[in-house]
Write a protein that binds this ligand. Structure first.
Ligand code: FES
Length: 180
């Protein structure tokens, strides 16, 4: 996935700001620095890894190896809306894979990816603790239970309606400000 100019700029600035708190080049600090970057940006992009490698005077490939070794790190930007499909045992037994496939088809991305417009990212998660509702989807921290492919369409449709409403309100507000 190609990063936008803005994302590259933010990645560099954020990682530089974080590294200002680390005057030493003690390699034991690499993981805490990467964790801070991920906390700030939601992921650890290549330009940030480059900044970290310059600071610790290590080849960029070493930093890349660390980031890809630990699955706590994300390499691509998260979407504005994060869809997590539970693939714990109960959800898996009750059609979790079918639900994941439905999201992949509707969003036209694979699990672990983010849509080009950065609106949605899709991932699979382990049991989220409400197995009686299986199969479960967590969308922006909200739990949806007994999800079916039709429900996936419904969730996307209600997201579109909310977005249209938000855009309408923004336009009204702008028009109001211009008329003042
Ligand atoms: S397995 Fe999905 S909520 Fe427990």
């Amino acid at each position: 996935m190609e990063l936008t100019e803005e994302e590259i700029k933010t990645a560099k600035e954020t990682s530089q700001n974080i590294l200002e708190n680390y005057t030493c080049t003690d390699r034991g600090k690499i993981i805490p620095v990467l964790q801070n970057i991920q906390n700030e940006l939601g992921y650890v992009p290549l330009p940030a890894m480059q900044t970290v490698s310059d600071h610790f005077e290590l080849p960029a490939v070493d930093i890349y190896s660390i980031v890809t070794f630990y699955n706590q790190f994300r390499l691509i930007p998260p979407g504005k809306n994060q869809v997590k499909v539970c693939m714990g045992t109960a959800c898996h037994m009750r059609g979790g894979q079918i639900i994941l496939d439905s999201w992949e088809r509707r969003l036209d991305i694979k699990c672990g990816e983010t849509t080009e417009d950065r609106e949605f990212s899709l991932e699979r998660v382990a049991c989220v603790g409400c197995c009686t509702l299986a199969p479960v989807v967590v969308m922006n921290e909200e739990i949806h239970g007994k999800v079916t492919p039709t429900r996936v369409d419904g969730l996307l449709y209600s997201y579109q309606l909310d977005k249209e409403q938000e855009e309408g309100e923004e336009q009204e507000q702008k028009a109001g400000e211009e008329n003042e």
